[in-house]
Write a protein that binds this ligand. Structure first.
Ligand code: DC
Length: 222
């Protein structure tokens, strides 16, 4: 099996690039953030505050999170319902960031991620893939960009999806989530020592994609 771990902050272009690279290489793409989002949404729908670790833990066994591939695309299911679109709201983003700081939540989603990697060549993106989930990955990439460049991209993306939000709010959300993700006690966002650093602030999406493919080919002699 070949495992490619792509980590980095929100809005660095990880999912778009990883999805495209996986399709080109015939690998399974796993967007691990979607799992945290699904769990976060499950808590919101039950009226649970995602920062309330005790309440979240009490419901972990009840909220059903599942991953399925439909025509090659990853879909996430919450209690049997396809929530692949519903998890993309700012509320679900913040809920994901908050529940992801809870150790029991990370443990809960750990085996789901490892099971997929055990059976497939994967490109997995997240925050702790190279450091915790797949520490033995053949390829590790830390994909980043300045907060402003990331906010600008997210702003455009939300607009295109018909869910526009003010730029200042998008930037504030990114800064807040960066802080949460890098300062939490368990599996904080950080570059694995053996990860290749790729800063995409001044690169187009296609240039970033080409750089990622190049790194994967070099590391796998492909
Ligand atoms: O990549 P994303 O924006 O969809 O991730 C949503 C949140 O989930 C993010 O704030 C941090 C968390 N997350 C995590 O803690 N570990 C991962 N492997 C993936 C995401």
């Amino acid at each position: 099996m070949i495992h490619v771990a792509i980590d980095g902050p929100a809005g660095a272009g990880k999912s778009t690039i990883a999805r495209k690279a996986a399709a080109a290489l015939g690998f399974v793409y796993v967007d691990t953030g979607a799992l945290y989002r699904t769990l976060g949404l499950g808590m919101l729908r039950r009226g649970i505050e995602p920062t309330d670790a005790q309440a979240v833990c009490a419901l972990l066994g009840e909220v059903r999170v599942a991953l399925r591939y439909i025509d090659g695309a990853q879909h996430v299911f919450l209690d049997g319902e396809d929530v692949s679109d519903a998890i993309r709201t700012p509320e679900a983003s913040m809920a994901a960031s908050n529940v992801s700081a809870i150790p029991a939540v990370r443990e809960h989603l750990f085996s789901l991620q490892q099971d997929i990697a055990a059976q497939n060549n994967v490109i997995m993106d997240g925050r702790d893939i190279g450091t915790v989930v797949l520490p033995q990955a053949e390829v590790k990439i830390f994909l980043t960009a300045s907060p402003e460049a990331r906010a600008q991209r997210r702003f455009k993306e939300l607009e295109e999806k018909g869910m526009p939000a003010p730029y200042d709010e998008v930037l504030a959300d990114i800064v807040q989530r960066d802080h949460n993700d890098t300062h939490r006690a368990v599996a904080p966002l950080r570059r694995a020592e053996d990860a290749v650093l790729l800063d995409t602030s001044d690169l187009t999406l296609d240039e970033s994609y080409q750089a990622v493919i190049q790194i994967i080919k070099e590391k796998t002699n492909g």
